[in-house]
Design a protein around this ligand. Structure first.
Ligand SMILES: [Mn+2]
Length: 274
């Protein structure tokens, strides 16, 4: 055949990004790094935005950024809203406050500012930038072809784990070649820095991501690739194609180091799930 490559999808360059603080490093971040280095394709690097923690692992595929040096916008945002209860997971309820993570913009904004910085930094060096929560472990060799296959292409600005409610943003693949990628990043950050998040129904990163994505699709600025399912409300990460290679340790699963079998909505055959 003259042009056999026409029948295959073009190989893309990928880079993965995550963040954690000191307790996160001990509880799950270390494991995330170790299993990344073991099971991910050897031409893919991991960038870590480390918040006040020394990362012990050393590898040519591992790059560490210090929060305090690389994320000035995050520091400024935190300072600006530090004394604002509705920005810190406290929602006014009569005379008191109700605690709910869905209004903890300060806690979840570190993901937003880290991914924004990474996208600007790597825009010309890679084709896809994957956000990966640090509370994930990889349990099986990830084939290069899989990373290419689920990557956003063409007019797809990002691929994400959709579900019946706001998406599960433990995995988001950003298309660095998309002409509106910087527009997206700008909106993502500005929703927080401007204080606009206080007017939204929820202010964690997944909700804000979803709102911006919906608006961009409505305005024909971009489309998004969906890797999840509209039939499920929870555990969409491990029940998607990603569950065959990774686990997402939500809540108390961090201590166990593993999700529960009952979190699976169908039977998985991989060794990890036995
Ligand atoms: Mn997570």
């Amino acid at each position: 055949m003259l042009f056999p490559n026409l029948w295959r999808q073009e190989q893309l360059r990928h880079v993965v990004v995550t963040t954690f603080h000191e307790k996160g490093y001990r509880d799950y971040g270390k494991k995330c790094i170790e299993t990344f280095l073991k099971y991910w394709p050897k031409d893919i690097s991991l960038l870590v935005y480390a918040e006040d923690v020394h990362v012990e692992e050393k590898d040519r595929r591992l790059q560490i950024f210090d929060h305090n040096e690389t994320l000035p916008r995050l520091l400024k945002f935190r300072k600006k809203f530090a004394q604002n209860p509705p920005a810190n997971g406290l929602r006014p309820l009569g005379n008191s406050f109700e605690r709910d993570f869905r209004w903890d913009a300060i806690r979840f904004s570190n993901k937003v500012f880290a991914v924004a910085d990474a996208i600007r930094r790597y825009r010309t060096l890679a084709d896809q930038l994957i956000w990966l929560d640090a509370d994930t472990v990889t349990h099986r060799d990830i084939p290069r072809g899989l990373v290419d296959k689920i990557a956003p292409r063409g007019n797809q600005l990002a691929s994400y784990l959709n579900r019946r409610i706001y998406p599960e943003c433990g995995w988001v693949g950003y298309n660095l070649r998309h002409q509106e990628i910087l527009t997206f990043v700008e909106r993502f950050e500005c929703t927080y820095t401007s204080g606009y998040f206080l007017t939204l129904k929820e202010s964690h990163d997944s909700f804000v991501f979803w709102k911006i994505a919906q608006q961009m699709e409505q305005d024909d600025e971009a489309v998004f690739k969906r890797l999840g399912s509209n039939r499920t409300k929870s555990h969409v990460f491990i029940n998607s194609i990603l569950g065959g290679y990774m686990d997402h340790l939500k809540g108390d699963r961090k201590a166990a180091g593993k999700s529960r079998k009952s979190d699976l909505s169908w039977r998985r055959r991989e060794e990890w799930w036995k």
